[in-house]
Ligand binder design. Structure first.
Ligand code: SF4
Length: 171
């Protein structure tokens, strides 16, 4: 979001108006869901600003306290019973299998409704699908140093191999 706002301030994004509006409205949202907004946020922009476990800084994030994802995790931790859809359940399962933070706290028992759908949802969660647009977005983010991770990698490579003719894209 910070990167999107910085780009918006420099009028470098076609979504300038929406990002500016979002920055004004973000404190009024309860859970950070696009359904809480009275206007549309195009998918391309939402993918840019939404939380992402791949580049989440967790406690090191300057927005950790106000982060909707972290707040949701805290609420889930305090819950005795969590009602989830299959997709979220298996996303949590998948993340934990990969050694990442899951969405849900540890649980003792699970009751499945609509059990006949489990096979399909499970397959979808574990299949690997690559969308050209997502790969392009990832590439753009690296080039534009839009994630802390990409920035850190770039700086490390630059420091370790000063002889390489690296060029940083304008950020
Ligand atoms: S805690 Fe992670 S997901 Fe939340 S704002 Fe920070 S980097 Fe984004």
């Amino acid at each position: 979001m910070d990167d999107a706002f910085a780009a918006a301030q420099m009028n470098m994004t076609p979504h300038y108006q929406t990002v500016s509006q979002l920055m004004q409205d973000v404190d009024t949202l309860e859970v950070g869901d696009p359904n809480e907004l009275s206007y549309d946020v195009v998918g391309e922009l939402w993918r840019e600003i939404q939380g992402d476990s791949n580049d989440c800084l967790s406690e090191e994030s300057p927005h950790f306290e106000s982060c909707f994802i972290q707040q949701a995790r805290t609420r889930l931790k305090a819950a005795d019973i969590i009602v989830s859809n299959h997709t979220l359940f298996f996303t949590d399962f998948y993340l934990k299998q990969k050694g990442m933070y899951g969405l849900f706290p540890e649980y003792e028992a699970v009751i499945f409704d609509e059990g006949h759908r489990i096979k399909d949802v499970f397959s979808k969660c574990f299949q690997k699908v690559g969308y050209v647009k997502e790969i392009e977005n990832l590439f753009d983010r690296c080039l534009n140093k839009r994630s802390q991770w990409a920035k850190a990698v770039f700086e490390d490579v630059e420091a370790d191999y000063p002889e390489l003719p690296l060029k940083q894209a304008p950020s």
